[in-house]
Write a protein of this length. Structure first.
Length: 207
């Protein structure tokens, strides 16, 4: 099953899920919004049903919200309309095919996404290219190599039956090193606890 097919099927269930830790989510929003300016162009990959894009939209000039699932974007379009947000546009694409010109984005988000990609290093390279010098890359990533063995064993079996998406396994340390090799500089990163997603803000060096 392709990733797009999986997430198209999962979209209604995903939309009905509540945020697992509202306090941590609010902290991630706040730390991201501390970077934002009214003239910024933001790109969010893996935007899902649009909640994060809508939250950040008042703080930037434009949000380009991208997801490879058409079903997710249909739900996002309804949420954007209901919120009355006018500066969010939706695009059905993957990172490698998204309509983002080199050095056109001020900030790129990938929330709960990098571990779901077939090649996160290729994605990091493309994101680095699309950012303007001085731009920021913000991510929240499940670093599954730290999860317990039964969970890591179960995920591939679940995928065989269409019950789980493609998942890549890496540690927080290896992911940070991959970001640095892509050219990013450290700004900040943290995990709220063992087994929780790592939140990282990285920066493309200014000229």
């Amino acid at each position: 099953m392709s990733s797009a097919t999986f997430w198209n099927k999962a979209a209604p269930r995903y939309a009905a899920m509540k945020i697992s830790d509202p306090e941590i989510y609010a902290r991630k929003l706040a730390e991201t919004q501390a970077l934002l300016r009214p003239d910024m162009h933001m790109v969010e990959f893996g935007c899902g049903t649009g909640g994060t894009a809508i939250a950040h939209a008042p703080h930037v000039a434009h949000v380009q919200a991208v997801d490879l699932s058409r079903a997710m974007l249909d739900l996002a379009a309804d949420k954007v309309a209901q919120a009355g947000v006018k500066n969010v546009t939706l695009e059905c694409a993957a990172i490698e095919t998204a309509n983002v010109a080199p050095e056109s984005a001020d900030i790129v988000l990938a929330m709960s996404l990098l571990h779901l990609l077939p090649d996160h290093n290729a994605a990091l390279a493309r994101i680095f290219t699309m950012l303007r010098p001085g731009g920021y890359f913000v991510s929240s990533t499940a670093c599954i190599s730290k999860w317990n063995l039964p969970i890591r064993t179960a995920i591939p079996l679940m995928r065989l039956f269409g019950k789980a998406p493609l998942v890549r396994y890496f540690s927080p340390e290896s992911l940070l090193n991959d970001m640095r090799r892509a050219g990013f500089e450290d700004h900040s990163h943290w995990q709220p606890g063992r087994g929780k997603a790592m939140f990282a803000i990285m920066r493309k060096q200014a000229r």
